[in-house]
Design a protein around this ligand. Structure first.
Ligand code: GLC
Length: 452
């Protein structure tokens, strides 16, 4: 089976479809059997993958997500579409420890509303989705859809929706007005348990009166996170109140860089479609990019970091992660900054491991490349969505050797271990889900990998 057919087969198996009593019809691709809901940035990636064989499905994926957009522009990081139980075939290994990853077995796939849903929902909105955000990548996704599918009325209809989301984030997520977006829980970055947040969790533990040592184990982090949500609920999801308390307030690299990049790409699509508001998107892109380049850059370390706001001050979270490389996607990155990022990317002691790019630099004390459970995610293994961004950013900068190497490494990983959720950066072994949605982005890296 060729790569496209392989991705298509599991995308078909992950198709979730139905009619929500209040929200109407939905159709989207679940990331995996372990992740039956719709996630914001996953859906953006899925749309790009789907565009390789089914234009309609690519657009429906986004239309479904935007169906829950608030009148104010907000789009949640998760929607709990209530799928009735259906029988699906999934890799046996997905269900049984040590099971055969190549043998498909029937299971009843069900997506009941998860128990934590109420915790993460703003009761003034809806209990059908969370009140969190995720990296707003829609500008970038729409540009890629434009490239793959060309213009259409449906793409045109999505453009103002995406703009409204960026507007909402600007208006509601910059509590100190410095041009950078704040997140109120690490899952909003998509890099859930990245060690860059360890000091933030320690601070949150102290703030919420958590007595045990806040060492990063799955159990302690889950409990601290619950306490953070208790506080957010006590504030009734009133964002200014939540940020005034500073239990969890991080100006996050992934969110801010992908927001800036998303706005640049949104402006490009908007200009081609003849939208007046494209000018606004361009203005926001410039401001957002400048805020990242100036405020998230750490001159002494020659690195980009997220900023933590524990109280009045702000503290750089000095842990080098794959997020620190994302500014390669910013058009006005300074030459000296580009050189520093390329040095880190090519350094065998940091990111240039046999199966790049590790989610944490190998010389960080917290680097943990293992993929066996029970591991906290984003603490070392390689993820294909990050490789997709980085390979494309490098290619567009003209650093084509590195871009090609990264695209090839991503395809090698899938050849070796299948469409796993993440991979051991030293051995290439897979971890997490067996057929993971955004790992299908390797399809979109094939041309780059094939360049001579
Ligand atoms: C994990 C990932 C997050 C992703 C979600 C659904 O929580 O860390 O980035 O969106 O799974 O796949």
């Amino acid at each position: 089976m060729n790569l496209r057919e392989a991705v298509r087969a599991y995308y078909q198996a992950h198709r979730q479809e139905g009619v929500h009593p209040k929200l109407g019809p939905y159709r989207y691709t679940a990331p995996s059997e372990r992740h039956p809901y719709q996630w914001l940035w996953d859906s953006g990636f899925h749309a790009v993958v789907l565009a390789h064989w089914d234009a309609d499905a690519a657009l429906v994926e986004l239309e479904t997500l935007f169906r829950v957009q608030g009148d104010d522009g907000f789009v949640p990081h998760m929607v709990y579409w209530p799928m009735p139980p259906v029988v699906r075939r999934v890799p046996e290994a997905e269900r049984i420890l040590g099971g055969d990853p190549n043998r498909l077995v029937p299971i009843t796939w069900h997506s009941p509303v998860p128990p934590y849903a109420a915790f993460e929902a703003d009761p003034r909105r809806s209990d059908a989705h969370s009140a969190l955000v995720q990296p707003p990548i829609f500008g970038t996704v729409l540009l890629r859809l434009w490239e793959l599918l060309g213009p259409s009325e449906r793409l045109r209809a999505l453009w103002p929706r995406a703009l409204a989301l960026y507007r909402w984030i600007r208006q509601h997520r910059d509590p100190d007005g410095d041009g950078l977006v704040s997140i109120l829980q690490s899952r909003e970055s998509g890099l859930d348990y990245s060690p860059m947040y360890d000091p933030v969790w320690q601070h949150a533990a102290r703030r919420t009166g958590f007595l045990a040592d806040a060492a990063p184990t799955p159990d302690t982090l889950a409990r601290i996170s619950d306490r953070v949500f208790v506080e957010h609920n006590a504030d009734r999801w009133n964002l200014p109140a939540i940020f005034r308390r500073r239990v969890f307030d991080v100006e996050d690299l992934t969110v801010n860089v992908l927001m800036a990049r998303g706005l640049w790409d949104l402006a490009r699509v908007g200009e081609r479609l003849g939208f007046q508001e494209a000018r606004e998107a361009r203005r926001w892109a410039r401001a957002q990019e400048q805020a990242v380049l100036q405020r998230l850059w750490h001159e002494a370390d020659q690195a980009f970091y997220s900023l933590h706001h524990p109280d009045d001050g702000e503290v750089p979270l000095r842990c080098l992660t794959v997020a620190s490389l994302l500014p390669l996607g910013l058009p006005h990155l300074r030459d000296s900054q580009e050189r520093a990022l390329l040095r880190a990317l090519r350094d065998p002691a940091r990111f240039a491991l046999p199966y790049p790019v590790p989610s944490v630099a190998a010389d960080e004390p917290a680097f943990d490349p293992e993929v066996q459970p029970p591991r906290l995610i984003w603490r070392g293994p390689t993820w294909i969505n990050m490789n997709w961004f980085l390979a494309r950013f490098l290619a567009e900068r003209g650093v084509r050797d590195d871009a090609r190497r990264l695209a090839r490494a991503s395809l090698d990983l899938v050849q070796k271990s299948g469409f796993r959720e993440y991979f051991h950066p030293l051995t290439g072994a897979g971890g997490g889900a067996f057929q993971f949605g955004w790992t299908g982005l390797v399809l979109d890296l094939q041309d780059l990998a094939a360049e001579s």
